[in-house]
Design a protein around this ligand. Structure first.
Ligand SMILES: Cc1cc2nc3c(=O)[nH]c(=O)nc-3n(C[C@H](O)[C@H](O)[C@H](O)COP(=O)(O)OP(=O)(O)OC[C@H]3O[C@@H](n4cnc5c(N)ncnc54)[C@H](O)[C@@H]3O)c2cc1C
Length: 369
């Protein structure tokens, strides 16, 4: 069985790793030319029941514990005047919750766990055609080809594999802008203090300014706005961003001023909740390719759990990959739908006119009945 995984993100690499542990080889085709081509973004909190479970199946728990930052779970919610509405501090050193890990570190951890030739870098899939005798022929940018018996689309939001299975297309849900403040403790100690070791959200009416501490000492600054039709270039100037936060406490907007380099805007997209497809032999999807959700803390966790579940199904019955894929898909559809519904609700709450009150309620533990 030749398994081709398109996309060497967290989902695709987790799948390759767990298959490898079961003695099943897979080729990962990744469009980036090498592992450091992109910064990979901020940090993630891995949940015990999903992301951490997948890492356990991958045999990487110990490495995760040595790299993760439980203190990164600390979070603060402030209003535009700089008043602290919520300040959550995790129990020092406890791994009981959802420890943070930088995306780059997590991806490296997965890459390092694979045989060196598993990932074919610089392979951007442009088309996948069914072969008359079963399986698929993959065509890559630059004219290269490969054949496979099982094709897994782990190629993210704009998946090229997805149209083999469904007509569902993503639509915009919010506008995100990011900036990075390098070496924050030394260069911007006041901002380092403001953000703390984890996450800071400053919540106004239909806009959020956030700061996230990374393990390399930088702060990733984020701005979340409702989706709009404006040209993304509008958001490439710090001046324009500062205008969006006019009247906010200057200690908060200093996060924008301190950004190194120009702001990077991006439109976050989602697939319709409940996207599913009739089973088609020899091909499936996982992660964002299957169920792109609002970016509120579940996407990577679910992508990794998809990978663990699919790998377990394939390993349990390698002689009948279609039965394994069918079982994986049914379970994945049922698991993801309520999570996607919850993410849509949280996203709407975060960018609502009453977001600050709603978030405080959301993060304030209710007294036990
Ligand atoms: C701002 C932001 C914050 C987020 N925060 C969180 C969080 O805190 N917690 C959480 O769980 N999730 C979070 N998410 C969601 C999370 O990033 C995604 O759900 C997760 O990365 C999905 O993993 P994946 O492997 O499916 O796809 P991806 O991580 O997108 O990986 C896809 C890979 O496929 C490659 N690729 C794409 N097209 C092709 C092609 N044609 N050929 C070959 N390779 C291709 C890409 O280069 C990439 O390496 C966040 C998302 C955003 C935007």
């Amino acid at each position: 069985m030749r398994v081709a995984i398109v996309g060497g993100g967290l989902g695709g690499l987790t799948l390759a790793r767990i298959l490898h542990r079961h003695g099943l080889g897979a080729a990962v085709y990744e469009r980036e030319s090498h592992r450091a081509e992109r910064t990979q973004g901020g940090s993630l909190d891995l949940h015990p029941e999903s992301g951490q479970r997948a890492l356990a199946a991958a045999g990487l728990e110990a490495r995760f514990r040595s790299e993760a930052r439980p203190q990164g779970e600390e979070h603060r919610i402030l209003d535009p005047a700089g008043r602290v509405l919520v300040h959550h501090r995790p129990r020092p050193g406890s791994f009981a919750g959802r420890p943070e890990i930088d995306r780059r570190v997590l991806r490296d951890l997965l890459l390092d766990s694979l045989p060196e030739d598993t990932v074919a870098w610089d392979h951007r899939l442009v088309a996948a055609e069914p072969r008359p005798d079963g399986g698929f022929r993959l065509a890559f940018h630059g004219g290269r080809h490969a054949d496979c018996d099982v094709l897994v689309g782990a190629d993210g939001a704009r998946s090229v594999v997805r149209p083999l299975l469904t007509d569902a297309t993503p639509s915009a849900v919010s506008t995100l802008v990011s900036l990075t403040v390098d070496d924050a403790d030394r260069r911007h100690p006041a901002l380092a203090d403001l953000v703390g070791p984890g996450n800071l959200w400053c919540v106004g009416e239909r806009r959020i300014l956030s700061g996230q501490r990374l393990g390399d000492g930088s702060i990733r600054v984020g701005i979340s706005l409702p989706a709009d039709d404006r040209d993304l270039d509008t958001y490439r100037s710090k001046r324009a961003l500062l205008d969006l936060f006019a009247g906010w406490d200057p200690r908060l907007t200093a996060l924008i001023e301190a950004g190194d380099g120009p702001p990077v805007p991006h439109r976050a997209e989602v697939l319709p909740v409940g996207t599913r497809w009739p089973h088609r032999p020899g091909v499936t999807l996982l992660g964002d390719a299957a169920h792109l959700m609002p970016p509120v803390g579940e996407g990577a966790n679910q992508a990794m759990l998809d990978a663990a579940d699919l790998a377990a199904a394939l390993a349990a019955d390698p002689a009948d990959p279609d039965a394994a894929i069918r079982a994986y898909e049914e379970a994945m559809f049922a698991r993801v739908q309520p999570i996607a519904e919850m993410c849509v609700r949280v996203q709407a709450m975060m960018l609502s006119p009453t977001a600050a009150d709603d978030l405080v309620r959301f993060f304030t533990p209710r007294p036990a009945d």
